[in-house]
Design a protein around this ligand. Structure first.
Ligand SMILES: [Zn+2]
Length: 347
């Protein structure tokens, strides 16, 4: 069977051999293939039109049907910039084989709201999280240094905290955690007052600049992990599907450093990111590093991206006790407190 991730690669390759408007149509369809909720093969079996799937019109349908009639002899092999991405439909097939795995999930630790560049309100995100039976979610809007994404300053974060408390008081299911996606500079330093950060339930720190350098960035990661204000390192590589390869580092050393400080590295589950990816997750597993799952959702429906991260962690055989989103809320809070205490001692 040609899987959806295989179709993604075939479409991306087709884009490279085309010109004009077709390039964009194929590129868009390739990206969308990671989001298609069902396998193309299933739709065909059930005689359903492929146009049910996002970014497929009559032209792309014809091309896909030709691939189905005459399957490529070898599995398409993606170049590095498109390698090691899982399609949502493929993730669902994988997760269905081991239903106990995703039952352990308690929450999602990266998402954005209208407070920065997301489209949902806090209440809408809480609603969507309750529908998924989550015990908690981390509200991680961008911090003030990332102006392009509407980053918020200490005062806005304080106002957000008051709204989070109001939303939490009204609900008895999902707890909203006060968090932030702290923008880190290449020296691993944040852009917010540490005292403000210390009041949050958990802090995720991520790099958003100087992501195209080619030389080794191990020092940057070690510095970020040693930053006492963060507990989770977000989308570590900084890769984007078919756009940016991400940073290079001595990854076993980075993960060993994280394990030593008991900090977590993230699987950003956004389809275009999927960062960490499978091969790096295997290295993290070898070092015993904790892993955090975050969808990086910018709309409430995007909470479903969590399945991409769950599938990657399952495939990489990350032990359940290393995944911080599998912890009940009180244990998650104890872990954050412990990591903070350790950071204070070394400051
Ligand atoms: Zn980010």
């Amino acid at each position: 069977m040609v899987s959806n991730s295989d179709f993604a690669e075939l479409l991306a390759q087709e884009a490279e051999s085309e010109s004009g408007i077709l390039v964009r149509a194929y590129r868009r369809a390739a990206r969308s293939a990671f989001l298609w909720p069902e396998e193309v093969a299933t739709l065909i079996e059930q005689n359903r039109p492929l146009s049910e799937l996002r970014s497929i019109g009559p032209f792309i349908t014809k091309r896909i049907l030709r691939w189905i009639d005459k399957a490529p002899k070898t599995k398409p092999r993606p170049p590095a910039i498109r390698r090691d991405f899982i399609a949502l439909a493929d993730a669902r097939v994988l997760l269905a084989k081991d239903p106990d795995w995703q039952k352990q999930l308690r929450g999602d630790l990266q998402m954005h709201t209208r407070w920065s560049d997301g489209s949902g309100t806090l209440a809408e995100m809480a609603e969507a999280a309750s529908a998924r039976n989550y015990e908690y979610i981390g509200i991680t809007d961008h911090s003030k240094g990332l102006k392009i994404a509407g980053g918020i300053d200490e005062r806005a974060l304080g106002r957000q905290a008051a709204e989070i408390e109001r939303v939490n008081r009204r609900r008895d299911s999902t707890t909203l955690l006060k968090s932030i996606e702290l923008n880190l500079n290449p020296r691993g330093e944040g852009d917010m007052d540490p005292k403000t950060l210390a009041k949050l339930d958990v802090v995720l720190g991520s790099f958003h600049s100087v992501l195209r350098v080619k030389h080794d960035q191990t020092q940057r990661y070690v510095a970020a992990l040693r930053n006492p204000d963060i507990q989770i390192l977000g989308h570590p590589r900084g890769r984007i599907y078919n756009y940016r390869l991400g940073l290079k580092a001595d990854w076993p050393r980075v993960f060993a450093q994280a394990a030593m400080l008991d900090k977590a590295v993230e699987i950003d589950c956004y389809p275009d990111r999927q960062d960490l990816n499978l091969s790096l997750l295997k290295l993290a597993r070898a070092e015993g590093t904790r892993v955090s799952l975050g969808t990086d959702a910018h709309h409430s429906w995007q909470l479903e991206f969590i399945e991409l991260g769950l599938a990657a962690a399952l495939k990489a055989k990350i032990p359940a006790d290393r995944i911080i989103n599998f912890l009940p809320l009180d244990e998650l809070q104890r872990w954050v407190a412990k990591v903070r205490k350790r950071g204070k001692r070394s400051r």
